[in-house]
Design a binder for this molecule. Structure first.
Ligand code: SER
Length: 474
């Protein structure tokens, strides 16, 4: 039952509109909520309503919310289903319907609108939630073998260390029902994909970790648009859906390669390009500008990762004659999403200009790094040595944005090796310094950004003009 990404989005909103939900536009990626850096979930714009701080205009709402999450950035392109940018389809009840109705509609839309065969669905409930378990078993008729109780990590949802939260129930799709009901392991992503999360939002968690009931019992749900598209389009991963693949094709075309004929490494780079292009396009459309602080810093790093992976697939090779490629892939991303997000076309010029500027600037930084590396190599050879020391490799990484593997690659071409242990030691020192700097920052405010700063810093390509690695609070 093939459906395009745009059809899935429209059908979801329509289903809930028919059931009394107001369709609301996606909120900006820049949240009103000052405690988070970027919009990470469909519920975020409604947080004040859940907390009773704002009276809702409507008791029921439905949205397709653009989201950015950076906590999974290392998985992007490497698993079938992780993104920095994704769209979350959601239906919300503000003190109106609750558990039983949310489960019933969740099942109905999955099995009738999206026509997923019931025997291919598995559901999970929070281990203590006997009520949800009983609804699935008795009202919906799901076999007990296909209802799994899971712990708080999987089935108790919160948007952060404090704030509205509650037990949840998730619906999974089974790609391999022939493997039977006796050994269902929902962590096995070769077999299952979680596509719909129903959160029974009924508590508030305070800074001490205490849960108090909210004034209302609410519903917050999230269906991953890209995941549903993967299921309905029968493609092996989210990146090959019609929501992202045209961007990948464009990047491959610029590099003169083909995705399906590429090795694993190039495929990963292409998937990262597909993901990050969407992220940066939407971020700039929401008026975020590349900088060294806050969300601007997230944007800058995503653009640099784009450039880096563009480089890995050969986009700047001499025979390709491409000076900048990000505006070209951005154009594809805009055309794919402009119907649902009209601000993309409206801000087309600033999106492309910002990308062009950042890409060229970063390429220059990279060139300077290459010059420095040449000098280092000449020196090492002159001294009759065969190894570049860890400190030099780290300076290249830290100040010029050279990931270790790039330095290694160039060193190898010159029959040299890198003192990786020395590099790691420098990295550790840097991390200690960063940790010290972080101690004064409230992690609840900066959680995702700090994670990004540490993670990318530890494993990926960076390159920032100033060697201060830590993100600053806006
Ligand atoms: N807030 C929940 C999630 O992000 C459901 O929308 O999964």
């Amino acid at each position: 039952h093939y459906l395009s990404g745009n059809e899935i989005r429209a059908l979801f909103l329509d289903f809930y509109a028919q059931r009394g939900h107001q369709i609301l536009p996606s909120a900006s990626l820049v949240p009103e909520d000052p405690t988070v850096l970027l919009t990470i979930a469909g519920m975020l714009p409604f947080k004040p309503i859940f907390l009773g701080q704002r009276t809702p205009e409507f008791k029921r709402a439905t949205t397709s919310q653009k989201c950015i999450r950076t906590n999974d950035i290392e998985n992007v392109g490497r698993t079938k289903r992780h993104h920095t940018f994704f769209e979350m389809l959601g239906n919300f009840s503000f003190g109106d319907y609750f558990k039983e109705q949310a489960i019933a509609w969740g099942w109905e839309i999955s099995t009738t609108v999206f026509k997923l065969p019931p025997e291919r669905l598995v559901v999970s409930v929070y281990e203590e939630d006997d009520e949800a378990y009983a609804i699935w078993r008795d009202k919906i008729g799901v076999s007990e073998k296909r209802i799994k109780r899971m712990g708080a990590e999987d089935n108790f949802w919160n948007s952060g260390p404090t704030g509205p939260c509650g037990p949840c129930s998730e619906i999974y799709y089974d790609f391999h029902p022939e493997r039977g009901n006796d050994n269902i392991d929902l962590e096995d992503d070769t077999r299952f994909i979680e596509f719909y999360n129903l959160v029974f939002m009924q508590y508030n968690r305070d800074a001490e970790g205490n849960l108090t009931p909210l004034a209302n019992k609410n519903i917050d749900t999230g269906m991953g648009l890209e995941r549903m598209a993967q299921i309905l389009q029968s493609v092996p991963n989210n990146y090959e859906t019609d929501l992202i693949f045209p961007i990948i094709k464009k990047a491959a075309e610029i590099a003169g390669i083909e995705y399906h004929k590429s090795d694993e490494k190039n495929q990963v780079s292409l998937k990262i390009i597909g993901d990050h292009t969407r992220a940066v396009v939407h971020m700039i459309a929401d008026e975020i500008r590349a900088s060294n602080v806050g969300r601007g810093y997230v944007l800058r790093r995503l653009i640099r990762r784009l450039v880096r992976h563009g480089r890995l697939i050969g986009i700047y090779r001499k025979d390709v004659t491409c000076n900048v490629f990000t505006p070209q892939v951005a154009e594809v991303a805009i055309s794919l999403a402009e119907d649902a997000y009209p601000n993309l076309r409206q801000r087309e010029n600033s999106i492309k200009a910002e990308l062009q500027r950042e890409e060229s600037r970063f390429l220059q930084t990279l060139e300077r790094g290459e010059k420095l590396l040449e000098e280092i190599i000449a020196q090492v050879k002159q001294q009759g040595k065969t190894q570049i020391n860890g400190e030099d490799a780290f300076t290249l990484f830290d100040t010029y944005g050279f990931p270790l593997e790039l330095t290694q690659e160039i060193a190898q071409e010159n029959n040299l090796t890198i003192d990786v242990a020395g590099f790691d030691a420098e990295m550790e020192k840097q991390r200690q310094r960063a940790r010290k700097a972080h101690e004064t920052i409230d992690l609840t405010v900066q959680g995702s950004l700090d994670k990004l700063a540490e993670h990318i810093h530890a494993t990926e390509f960076l390159g920032y003009a100033q060697p201060t690695a830590t993100a600053k609070v806006e």
